[in-house]
Design a binder for this molecule. Sequence first.
Ligand code: FES
Length: 180
Amino acid sequence: MDRMTNQSANRTRPGADQPARPQAPWRIEFPYHWDVDDLVARRELLHLAVYTSGALFGVTAILAILGALRRPERLPAVPIARVSAVPEGSALYFTYPGPADQAVLLHLPGGQFVAYSQKCTHLSCAVYYQPTEGRLYCPCHEGVFHPVTGDPIAGPPRRRLPRIVLRQEGDQLYAVGREA
Ligand code: FES
């Protein structure tokens, strides 16, 4: 309180060195207390900015960790193809987990199988595998996804394709879940 009093005493108020004038009506209706003006000092404002930034950083980090820890959604196992029926470098289109959920199975060069939702993460057009180009392609706005990771690599999409989790038993491939 003393600090406030001293500060307010040292402060040069507009019109403080002039004879008192009649107050404007707005000053009477909305009085402004110059002596508490220093309560929001520059240092306090800086502290507030630092704490706010720290809190935002913490929340962002927590959300990033939760996203990284997200587990695949377990769904009923559904047989989708025989390994021998999908030659290396080709694709097979199927639906999973529901009849309206279109998906694509890729037999990548080198022998690896991967599967993704066929729905583009931009505006939901269907993506197609182009083995000669080595990419998954969305013709609507020329979106391109990496066939090994499903990550967007060109065009407007910003999120990767949801991956279908596969399991192989002998010559049979099953879809067993989905990752966002
Ligand atoms: S819907 Fe696929 S790029 Fe726009």
